[in-house]
Design a protein around this ligand. Structure first.
Ligand code: 1PR
Length: 550
């Protein structure tokens, strides 16, 4: 089997990249020291997280000169995400650390005045924007395909500048900022997006690199296709996973977090079993889900952490599902069955190595945020959010929020952040606040969602998964008031969750709020609607979505 070399350093989820390469018929060999670099024919430099942290690691391990020598020798080289950023002169993210300096220019942070940062989701990498490759595809890139990006810093695109230095460029647009999505010259290809997470469109780019096909003629259908630039509306399928009473791991789904069947007389029946996690994840991938989230809603307390069944689920899912995977449940400092202490960072590392792109933190984030407020809004530096985001970048840390409405008659009757609601409470109360809960909604805290999201944003969370217990499983639509209130409080992206019952609810949340993504569970699991139908509905409403590519 032909081989490709990958640089082995802590770069988040490299398992998916390995899976993608193996699916294309290649074997991966690891570069474990600078002395291995000259052995590489084709070399891939993956990377996520902080520019300065990654570049400092390369430099202190002695990788920079051997990589530059590989490129100068004309051997194929591909950089992904921070692997692209490393080729530039530097980044605003860490001005003290220089890049390789092969591409002129510096990375800049996206302006968050008018949009969420990080930029997370599916966007273009369009060569026709530069005119150079209007009728050819650069390394399999297509103007109407979408690719998965996750980053806060980007190389701004200024017409003609990079081209003058001999580079071919594919661009994307976020808000009114146009930036480099992919760039190539001679033996070098680099992508800001993650091709290994970009479904068939991304695999095509990796294949073209591995086969050395720099350009192909675009088919007339492709040429004719009008490319719409910009971030697409992200639709996420969520799988709540737990063991049922027979000890099997199943996808379940609650009504307001109660996952047991009701027999009509009494509650507390068997755990609802809606299917097998790996099979269902694959099904949603094929329906066009932009991401898949697994929430391990009970912890496996009797099992050593390294044998947690969710790890195996991720390993198997990432073999065939090439979109981002998030895993939540049990991400906290813990004690193993033999009494060994395991930090949240170590737990998260196990998940990243098994194929997760993001971890989602629930209960532990509430405790950390309460302590942050108790310290007078001072960071401790030791929370799960801080340690994981420092090591893997804030885009890798999602905070899952499980709020419940508490109605009050007036704003003055509580110290909490209230909203005026258009759905008054049982006694006609016109105001409510959203109470944070822990342990899957079983315990309410004297802490509101506004406090929580502002605290976790300050700690370095990259995204909020915003559930709502009142809405969960009701099929009555998302809680638009909650979503709008949270969006107004923070700059990081928000995933709206709980209440989706039909495609119209997705249309509603995307047009009536500024949510960055929307998640559904029960309506997909029960087979009432497919993700594809949701996407088609959104497209018919004039909203930009990614369509599944074979
Ligand atoms: O506290 O860090 O161990 O994380 C536990 C995680 O498990 C949290 O993310 C928490 O939201 C989740 N969880 C705990 N108990 C339940 C439960 O249902 N009993 N599920 C639970 C949360 C809610 C959503 C659901 C949407 C959409 N599930 O993720 O998928 O509400 O549902 P719908 O579209 O059918 O309305 P920790």
């Amino acid at each position: 089997m032909p081989t490709v070399h990958l640089l082995d350093y802590v770069a988040g989820n490299v398992r998916s990249l390995v899976n993608a390469i193996e699916k294309l018929g290649y074997t991966v060999e690891w570069i474990k020291s600078p002395a291995d670099v000259p052995k590489a024919g084709k070399l891939i430099l993956p990377g996520v997280g902080h520019f300065g942290h990654c570049l400092t690691q390369f430099a202190s391990a002695g990788y920079i000169e051997p990589i530059k020598a590989h490129i100068a020798a004309g051997k194929p080289f591909m950089g992904i995400c921070v692997g692209l950023q490393a080729l530039f002169e530097g980044s605003e993210e860490d001005l003290a650390v220089p890049g390789f300096g092969l591409i002129p220019g510096q990375l800049k942070r996206f302006d968050d005045q008018d949009k969420s940062v990080p930029h997370i989701g599916w966007n273009s990498a369009n060569t026709s924007a530069t005119g150079q490759f209007a009728e050819e595809s650069l390394y399999g890139l297509r103007p109407d395909s979408k690719y998965y990006y996750v980053h806060s810093y980007a190389a701004p695109y200024r017409e003609g500048e990079l081209e003058a230095a001999g580079w071919s460029v594919a661009t994307a647009r976020y808000g009114d900022e146009k930036f480099v999505g992919a760039i190539a010259k001679d033996n070098v290809l680099a992508t800001q997006f993650h091709p290994e997470k970009s479904g068939a469109a991304g695999l095509r780019v990796i294949r073209a690199f591995l086969e050395g096909r720099k350009s192909d003629k675009l088919s007339s259908r492709r040429e004719a296709a009008a490319a719409k630039e910009g971030l697409t509306r992200r639709v996420i399928a969520c799988l709540d996973v737990r063991t049922n009473d027979n000890g099997d791991l199943v996808v379940t789904k609650g009504d307001q977090y109660d996952v047991r069947e009701k027999d009509g007389i009494s509650a507390g029946g068997a755990v609802r079993n809606l299917g097998k996690p790996v099979d269902m994840a694959r099904k949603y991938y094929e329906q066009g889900a932009d991401e898949v989230t697994f929430l391990n809603i009970t912890s496996f307390r009797n099992c050593p952490v390294a044998d947690t069944p969710m790890l195996e689920i991720l390993r198997r899912t990432s073999e065939t599902v090439f979109v981002p995977l998030t895993i939540g449940g049990g991400i906290r400092d813990t004690e193993d069955t033999d009494g060994t202490k395991i930090s949240a960072l170590e737990v998260a590392t196990l998940y990243f190595k098994s194929g997760a792109d993001k971890v989602s933190i629930g209960s532990d984030a509430v405790t950390a945020a309460e302590e942050y407020f108790a310290r007078g809004k001072q960071l401790s530096g030791t929370t799960a959010i801080e340690t994981i985001s420092r090591a893997y970048g804030n885009q890798a840390v999602v905070v899952s929020v499980d709020p419940r409405r508490v109605y009050v008659s007036s704003q003055d009757s509580t110290a909490h952040h209230t909203i005026r609601t258009s759905t008054p409470g049982p006694y006609g109360e016109e105001y409510c606040w959203y109470q944070c809960t822990v342990k899957g909604g079983r315990e309410g805290r004297d802490f509101d969602v506004h406090q929580l999201v502002t605290a976790v944003e300050a700690m370095g969370a990259g995204e909020i998964l915003l559930n709502c217990i009142d809405k969960d499983g009701t099929n009555s639509g998302f809680d638009l008031e909650l979503i709008s209130d949270v969006k107004a409080s923070i700059k990081i992206p928000v995933i709206a969750s709980s209440g989706a019952g039909n495609p119209g609810h997705f249309g509603e949340v995307f047009t009536k709020t500024t949510t960055d993504a929307a998640l559904g569970a029960g309506m997909f699991h029960r087979g009432e609607y497919t993700v594809k139908q949701v996407k088609e509905y959104l497209r018919d409403q004039g909203l930009l979505v990614r369509q599944f590519e074979e």
